[in-house]
Design a protein. Structure first.
Length: 362
């Protein structure tokens, strides 16, 4: 199962909106097939493993990180392929929260005489597909809020300089985060201050570029912004009605313009998240700045926090903070992270935790 989970981890982001799954087929203590979920429309992990095993699959044991599907989607059911291949035993780490599966795959295998086992390393398996679980049960993407701060809680100096607060190890980790999500979101001020590319830049090992989303309530994104010239797709979310000339300028620069409801003069981020879910975006990485992150925290839209802490002091009353918005009036009202973990990255520390439970309701 450890190998199946490692294979599943490789597919995180790449397989979206499908779950990231790993499958291993064992015969006589020897691995005869292994598979990872391929991009949408291609083979699932179980089928990839069965193809590798070939005729040797008969009478084997399969280890799979998620319950095999039993419905027709972009591809045929995996349960059918497993039964036809003559697999004798299936170990699944966790059931699939998809209402179209939700235990039915397990029951179909058992009805065909296949011995099933459930629950081995379940917590790890569920963590791998936490974004998928939220998306498939309520249609909204999982939201990770990410920011890097100095020891005194600043994301930039009073002159808005922010490169680099964190070290190389933290920046490498950020690239891994980007590779695992469907969309990277920033506010206009971040684009104006940093002119970011918002791409995965890890030596070419990535297999796709996430959707770039710029929240630009008044349509002021410069057509010269670097992110508009990068591979992949850029979406600019604007609020309410803008002049036709503004919309055409953005479109002419290569952006897709999404007109969203106006909430107190800004893009309604809750409506934006819902819209992204309809586009099969399962995981959004919100990278800032403070106004955008503040609006997400104020609206209760954040599922997970990834905060990089650098051992430096920036100081200054005008220095930038990572989360603005309205905030809370009392300490007792402040949202607290659960399942908190800390990891050292060079001289920095990464603190992660959750604000909302993943909806594994089965």
């Amino acid at each position: 199962m450890a190998l199946a989970l490692a294979l599943a981890q490789e597919a995180v982001g790449w397989a979206s909106p499908n779950p990231a799954v790993g499958a291993v087929i064992v015969k006589g203590g020897v691995v005869v097939g292994r598979g990872t979920t391929q991009p949408p429309g291609s083979a699932h992990a179980e089928v990839v493993a069965l193809r590798e095993a070939g005729e040797a699959a008969r009478g084997t044991t399969m280890y799979v990180s998620l319950e095999p599907c039993r419905h027709y989607g972009r591809t045929p059911p995996c349960t059918t392929a497993i039964i036809q291949a003559g697999v004798a035993e299936v170990h699944m780490a966790t059931l699939d929260p998809n209402p179209l599966v939700a235990g039915q795959g397990k029951r179909e295998l058992e009805a065909a005489g296949i011995v099933t086992h459930l629950g081995e390393r379940q917590a790890e398996a569920r963590r791998i597909n936490e974004a998928y679980a939220k998306y498939i049960t309520n249609g909204r993407p999982f939201v990770t809020a990410k920011f890097a701060v100095s020891l005194d809680g600043r994301i930039a100096t009073r002159t808005r300089e922010s490169k680099w607060i964190t070290g190389e190890a933290s920046r490498d980790y950020s690239q891994r985060l980007r590779r695992q999500v469907d969309a990277i979101m920033v506010g206009l001020n971040t684009v104006l201050a940093d002119d970011p590319q918002l791409t995965v830049r890890d030596g070419g090992s990535h297999r796709r570029q996430p959707l770039r989303v710029v929240v630009d309530s008044r349509g002021r994104l410069p057509p010269t912004a670097r992110l508009l010239r990068e591979p992949g797709h850029t979406l600019v979310a604007v609020a309410g009605s803008l002049a036709a000339s503004q919309l055409e300028t953005l479109r002419g620069a290569g952006a897709e313009v999404l007109v969203m409801p106006d909430k107190e003069g800004l893009v309604d981020v809750a409506a934006l998240v819902t819209t992204l879910g309809r586009r099969e975006v399962t995981h959004v990485l919100v990278e800032g700045g403070g106004t955008l992150l503040g609006s997400f925290f104020d609206a209760g839209l954040v599922d997970r926090v990834a905060a990089f802490l650098s051992p430096m002091i920036i100081g200054g009353s005008q220095a930038m903070s990572p989360v603005l918005g309205q905030g809370v009036a009392k300490i007792a009202e402040a949202p607290r992270l659960r399942d908190v973990a800390m990891e050292r990255l060079g001289d920095d520390f990464l603190i992660t935790g959750y604000l909302a439970p993943t909806p594994w309701s089965i």
